[in-house]
Write a protein that binds this ligand. Structure first.
Ligand SMILES: C[S@@+](CC[C@H](N)C(=O)[O-])C[C@H]1O[C@@H](n2cnc3c(N)ncnc32)[C@H](O)[C@@H]1O
Length: 283
């Protein structure tokens, strides 16, 4: 495969005429899309799926301390952010803005898929054309690498735009009521990068789960590029189909409910009855 084969699939790079291909690590990718280089020297080696949200039981902290921009550090994280241009209305600061925007706007698109709202579960990814088995649809660098111990400190080091992207991601209301939004967003969306480190990905966070064997994307973390790479599984995907991933090997609907707080509606599993839900209510 040629070196630049993935360029137009990297986060922030649009393959249509208005978004000419640029180098993956260009700081200025296109109007309104920038990808900041990380100063982190972390090495990563595995492609484990979502982190175990159930294992995090940390004390809450005053969230207001962590959403002040004044100390922003542009180099603390990687970001393909939404600023101007066609995505200007996604420069989001409040949860009401987020809700309004998610209900009416496309969130991201490249040659292969788009992230858009739909009725089942907020937003999801949908194929924009037929996709072949094995085809790479997205390479994405995390906007933040962290872990549950360092999350608030690392969040504080993000620049203001990265924080806004972070804060517009979906936060499950399943997590402990006193848990602050930052931690709920992290728990809902982060992917494991290695045993001690997770990553938050602005676009990949929008992929919904489907139970095996019906999920149609595979993913792995590539330490060389620092990207999570998403490719089509063994079966082709048709234009318009939802792109789905597995949130974890062997997870049953009851595990999804306990760990992530949602009733799986993927259609491939039996789901959960009301009785099972009430028997497993956590709060
Ligand atoms: C990582 S986010 C995925 C994107 C999310 N739909 C959004 O609007 O941003 C995970 C959340 O999506 C929803 N979700 C994902 N997969 C689902 C499924 N199979 N059935 C029902 N809800 C699902 C749940 O609300 C879950 O907490």
């Amino acid at each position: 495969m040629p070196d630049n084969a993935y360029e137009d699939l990297a986060l922030g790079l649009m393959s249509d005429e208005s978004w000419p291909p640029l180098s993956l690590l260009d700081e200025e990718l296109a109007d309104g899309f920038r990808l900041y280089s990380s100063t982190s020297s972390d090495t990563v080696s595995t492609s484990a799926p979502f982190s175990d949200a159930a294992s995090s039981d940390r004390e809450s902290t005053n969230e207001a301390d962590y959403i002040d921009d004044s100390n922003s550090n542009k180099d603390a994280g990687r970001l393909a952010h939404i600023d101007d241009g066609p995505y200007s209305s996604q420069k989001l600061l409040s949860s009401s803005d987020i809700v309004e925007t998610l209900s009416s706007r496309f969130l991201f698109e490249n040659d292969c898929f788009e992230i858009r709202p739909y009725s089942m579960s907020g937003v999801g990814g949908f194929a924009r054309r037929d996709l072949a088995p094995g085809e790479v649809v997205l390479l994405e660098q995390p906007i933040l690498r962290s872990n549950y111990d360092d999350l608030f400190r690392d969040f504080q080091r993000l620049d203001g735009s990265s924080r806004n992207v972070f804060l517009q991601l979906y936060a499950s209301d399943h997590f402990e009521p006193k848990r602050v939004t930052i931690e709920a967003i992290w728990s809902t969306n982060c992917f494991s990068i290695d045993p001690d480190c997770q990553g938050l990905f602005a676009v990949a966070s929008r992929f919904n789960h489907a139970c095996a064997p019906s999920h149609n994307l595979e993913y792995r973390f590539d330490p060389t590029t620092g990207c999570m790479i998403f490719n089509v599984g063994a079966e082709p995907i048709k234009d318009g189909d939802e792109l789905t991933i597995s949130y974890g090997f062997g997870l049953r609907p009851i595990d999804l409910y306990r760990y992530y707080g949602f009733r799986c509606l993927c259609g491939a599993c039996a789901g959960l009855t009301d009785e099972e839900i009430s028997m497993n209510s956590i709060w």
